[in-house]
Design a protein. Sequence first.
Length: 380
Amino acid sequence: MVIRKFETKTLDLILEQMVETVGFSKDEIFRIGEQCRQDYEQLTTELKEIKTLVLQAIEEGDKLEIQARFARRRLSEVSKHFNEYTEIEVREAYEKAHSLQMELSINRSLEKQYRERRDDIERRLIGLDETIERAEHLVTQISVVMNYLISDLKQVGEVLENAKQKQDFGLKIIGAQEEEKKRLSREIHDGPAQMMANVMMRSDLVERIYREKGAEEAILEIRSLKMMVRSALYEVRRIIYDLRPMALDDLGLVPTLKKYLQTTEEYHEKTRIVFSSLGNDTRLPSKYEVALFRLIQESVQNALKHAEAKVITVRIEIRRDQVIVMIKDDGKGFNKEQKKEESFGIIGMRERVELLNGELTIDTKIGTGTVVMVSVPIND
């Protein structure tokens, strides 16, 4: 008995050291990725400036080439009729041709340097982009390992008898969490963060526009900034809504769906969304409302992003012991037989339905749209 306690303490100590080491490695990789990202942004700015310098050097070189050609012709003319020109005119022709030739030579040298610097920056950007991508991938993998090491899988072990199943189940959950974090991080970075950074940059220009172009132009710029801030605020609200629609707890599934689909239709002007609900309006248990909302949300987003649908029909029927959902679109569809691997979104939909002991069917063909049917039993 004493030996078992000793072994447990030793294993716990080893596990703590492993977690600490893995966490340190994760932080180091993250710092490397952040440094690479900063270098990438700086080099991108420098690349724009270098490209501008290359264009300026080319234009200046073309002008100097024409001037040097005329100067050489002038010098050739003076040399042929040497006796007809004064010594000063001969010297001026020679100095003019020599000066322009020197300027042209310097210009060509600068252009070559700019081009070499441009090519070098482009190569470095490719390398940095690959490093950033690898760093993100490694951080995700290490996060999965860390969470798996520190997660308590004892309760899951009571349900899953096979150790292999327990590992797969735990890793799948943790992997899904990390993918969701990565998706959220990218949405914030590419959406509100990018918009606000642009607002900051353009806000610095307002004062200069006011000085150089007057109040009217400055007011127009401020109006444009207000539109950008409004768009950023919409993106923030959308991300919060995606995380957990607050109206779901207060209003229930059907009113929240109606509001969500109406907002989505307003944002996607080229797509019409038709929603109908049948049956009881009674509230469902929270886990059913959240799962069904996410299923419909994922299906609608797939129809908008991938199927490029013009009309999306959403119908939900709440019976006493069952909920039936249909999401239909007139998009381009896909070939299920040729699709070897399901997308992450569809896998998540299937898992949600399976957790509720329900059934999910997807009927689709190329060019005929897609119909998603969900049937979930309601257990008291």
